[in-house]
Ligand binder design. Structure first.
Ligand code: ADP
Ligand code: MG
Length: 403
């Protein structure tokens, strides 16, 4: 069922309660809070500007950090509101509470096109408890609800889900719509060959995703630490690499499942191994692996090797749809980043629809300056994984169905 979009609403003069994901990284310097990466704020600008241009009063709700249901000014959204006013080059009012008389008075003075940011919704216990009375208090401040907080849509909280039941219309914002278009629309019947690249730290984090995609993918390309749990399952020596010993049987099951379904499930054929995890390490290639020769004793696999890069590049070049989740090496350290960089470059070079499913993989691709050269980078880590697994996201389910 498709959901109402912000484009379907009549907005002039309406008080729009807009939930966004403003949970940005910050650091304390010279007694001030500095935003170290404002990507999330920028991602919500198209919806904010759309609402302003349509003559709405834009009332922004967001959470910030984990204040544990009490007022803790370490987690105030005030610096974020100030930063937003610079980005849109317009004043942004700030309400020191998100419910009650304080925001009500500010909102009563707003004109069409004005913007206000409400204080951190997580200062109230009712937010994470999805308390009905609290959701009603939030809803009382506006006429319609718009949810653009994809990164928080897998949580059933008052400002992401509960609120929608107390207003006549609840619609997705432009960012939310784009996330659903790629992670749900494009992936529901992907153009084939459909190649899935999976990496990252643990098999256990990605089981749901592997099983769901096993029904659709033609080929899996496996990298990252999770590859070595599969190595163990195949009797390939893993040295000191990260292996989830209690997931080896599961890895065997996944390999058998792929075989029975005729899905190609490719593991690295070579790797980079090191004895030192540092920015000055000089990892060495392992050569082709087999049950007789894998990762060396006392060495740890930290990236895919050059032969694997070539094979994966070839698979990606022949794909029509590519989904990537999880870096294939410890990309945070330059000596172990070449595999992840090569995968990112292969996506950029391909003519396929290329989707990156959130979290550290998106960070890696942006770090390489390639974020805007793929079809889509998701803003949601956990939310994107849950959506790909086929789970219903409460923040999406709560929105009004399109007639
Ligand atoms: P994502 O957030 O994209 O879903 P994950 O959170 O699953 O990805 O995993 C990301 C982490 O996996 C990164 O911090 C990276 O350093 C780590 N990683 C990748 N390859 C290895 C490896 N061979 N050994 C140890 N850690 C690895
Ligand atoms: Mg991660």
């Amino acid at each position: 069922m498709s959901k109402l979009s912000v484009r379907d609403l009549s907005l002039t003069g309406k008080r729009v309660l807009l939930r966004v994901d403003f949970n940005v990284p910050t650091e304390e310097r010279d007694g001030h809070t500095h935003i170290t990466d404002d990507t999330r704020i920028k991602e919500s600008l198209p919806t904010i500007q759309f609402l302003r241009e349509a003559g709405a009063k834009v009332i922004i709700m967001a959470h910030f950090g984990r204040p544990k249901a009490t007022v803790n000014l370490k987690y105030t959204l005030r610096p974020v509101a100030l930063h937003l006013s610079h980005l849109i080059d317009a004043p942004v009012a700030f309400a020191t509470d998100c419910v009650g008389a304080v925001p009500a008075a500010i909102i009563a003075g707003m004109h069409n096109g004005d913007v206000a940011v409400l204080e951190n919704v997580r200062f109230h216990a009712g937010e994470e408890a999805n308390d009905e009375a609290f959701a009603k208090e939030l809803a009382a401040l506006g006429d319609v609800f718009v949810n653009d907080a994809f990164g928080a849509a897998h949580r059933a909280h008052a400002s992401t889900a509960g609120i929608a039941h107390h207003l006549p219309q609840a619609a997705m914002g432009l960012l939310m719509a784009k996330e659903l278009q790629y992670l749900q629309g494009e992936l529901s019947a992907p153009a084939k060959p459909f190649v899935v690249i999976l990496g990252g730290s643990k098999v256990s984090d990605k089981i749901g995703v592997i099983k769901a995609l096993m029904e659709k993918a033609n080929t899996f390309l496996i990298g990252g630490a999770m590859a070595y749990t599969f190595f163990r399952a195949l009797g390939i020596p893993t040295g000191k690499s990260r292996v989830e010993a209690d997931k080896v049987d599961l890895a065997k099951e996944i390999l058998a499942l792929a075989e029975s379904k005729g899905v190609r499930f490719l593991l690295p054929v070579d790797n980079l191994e090191t004895q030192e995890i540092s920015a000055t390490a000089q990892p060495r290639p392992t050569g082709l692996v087999s049950p007789a020769k894998g990762i060396s004793d006392d060495w740890e696999a930290v990236d895919i090797g050059p032969e694997t890069i070539e094979r994966y590049r070839h698979e990606i070049a022949g794909a029509k749809t590519v989904l990537w989740n999880g870096p294939v090496g410890i990309f945070e350290l330059a000596p172990f980043a070449s595999g992840t960089r090569a995968i990112a470059e292969a996506l950029v070079a391909s003519h396929a629809v290329t989707i990156i499913g959130g979290g550290d993989s998106v960070t890696a691709v942006k770090q390489f300056g390639l974020g805007d050269k793929v079809s889509f980078c998701s803003t949601g880590g956990g939310a994107s994984l849950e959506l790909i697994e086929g789970k219903v996201l409460p923040g999406v389910a709560a929105l009004t169905d399109k007639a």
